[in-house]
Design a protein around this ligand. Structure first.
Ligand code: AMP
Ligand code: ZN
Length: 140
């Protein structure tokens, strides 16, 4: 028996406001929305984070995310929205079953991602790209 809250939502053990589903994912309303309509897209299989999601499920998850983003824009006549995913406690993840957030944005809605941007010193950008490229194992 899973203790995972999202697994329980998927199996209908606990109620949620379901928006849509496909073979690989379900979308529900977030209980604590940034704005009304804030939706979550959750794979039907339990994977703790993005790294654990097998490649064959990615397409289905993203296509449901795409459909929900379109629906939110149409419903609220949005000029913009954010979609994002927190992976790992240090990144703000609180439910350890992978999910993508999609939330409406509005002019002057006072939501800020507080970033302090860096600059690469000479040569470090190329070296950084090289290091990462060496670790890319497969691109489908
Ligand atoms: P994160 O912090 O990125 O892991 O996001 C988890 C999200 O799940 C939060 O925004 C919560 O508000 C939401 N959440 C937690 N429990 C439920 C629930 N039972 N139904 C809907 N959303 C939930
Ligand atoms: Zn789960």
């Amino acid at each position: 028996m899973s203790t995972c809250i999202f697994c329980k939502i998927i199996s209908r053990e606990i109620p949620s406001e379901i928006l849509a589903e496909n073979e690989y994912a379900i979308s529900i309303l977030d209980l604590n929305p940034i704005h009304y309509g804030h939706a979550l897209i959750i794979p039907k299989n339990h994977h703790k984070d993005f790294l654990e999601v097998p490649g064959n499920e990615i397409g289905g998850i993203m296509s449901l995310t795409h459909a929900i983003a379109h629906a939110l824009v149409k419903t609220y006549n949005l000029q913009g929205f954010n979609f994002f995913s927190n992976n790992g406690e240090i990144a703000g993840q609180s439910v350890f079953h992978f999910h993508i957030h999609v939330t409406p944005r509005y002019p002057n809605d006072d939501i800020h991602f507080q970033l302090s941007l860096k600059k690469y010193p000479d040569g470090l950008m190329k070296e950084t790209a090289q290091r990462i490229k060496e670790n890319i194992s497969s691109i489908k």
